[in-house]
Design a protein around this ligand. Structure first.
Ligand SMILES: [Zn+2]
Length: 175
């Protein structure tokens, strides 16, 4: 680390402490050339793998893309932005923890599916129908059956004519 005053590369650390937020180490240094003091911060580099698409194209990891995909699936569903953000956080974390340089886009897709499955079954089916492109029709129908049964249990088996969502409270969360 060059001295900002005289560009001398030699210096000594005279104090080292962790930042208030705990995400950085602050080091107070003294230049061995001019004896002036300066501060450096050390952060953990956020390493997110490159995403490999089905056709082999590479894309840098894009959190906003995952967020907008989940938001779209959850449109007009009773799901808070906090819950959606938390789901995206978990997916991002899983990608980070994989410690891979590259991950297939399916790695993310499967995690989005799992998160939506926990969040909201309708959102899950919306996403699954696009994501799996009806390739696996049987599995998809099984999934639908499960959801329809769920509705029956609640005594509201009006799945055929889904009314347009009446928004009593129009707290629209736009990103
Ligand atoms: Zn210096």
């Amino acid at each position: 680390m060059k001295c900002p005053f005289c560009a001398n590369p030699a210096n000594k650390v005279i104090d080292s402490r962790i930042s208030k937020e705990g995400n950085a180490i602050r080091r107070r240094r003294e230049c061995l050339g001019c004896s002036k003091r300066f501060t450096t911060y050390e952060y953990v580099e956020e390493v997110l793998p490159v995403v490999v698409k089905k056709d082999g194209r590479r894309e840098s990891f894009d959190r906003s893309k995952i967020l907008s995909g989940i938001k779209k699936a959850c449109e007009k569903r009773p799901i808070s932005m906090d819950a959606i953000e938390a789901a995206v956080d978990r997916i991002e974390q899983a990608c980070q923890e994989s410690q891979a340089k590259e991950i297939p886009s399916s790695f993310i897709g499967e995690r989005v599916m799992a998160e939506l499955h926990n969040l909201d079954k309708v959102a899950y089916v919306r996403f699954a129908s696009v994501y799996r492109q009806f390739r696996d029709a049987t599995e998809f129908l099984e999934e639908l059956k499960g959801i329809l049964n769920l509705k029956e249990d609640k005594g509201e088996n009006k799945a055929r004519a889904e009314k347009p969502a009446e928004e009593k409270d129009s707290r629209r969360s736009s990103g």
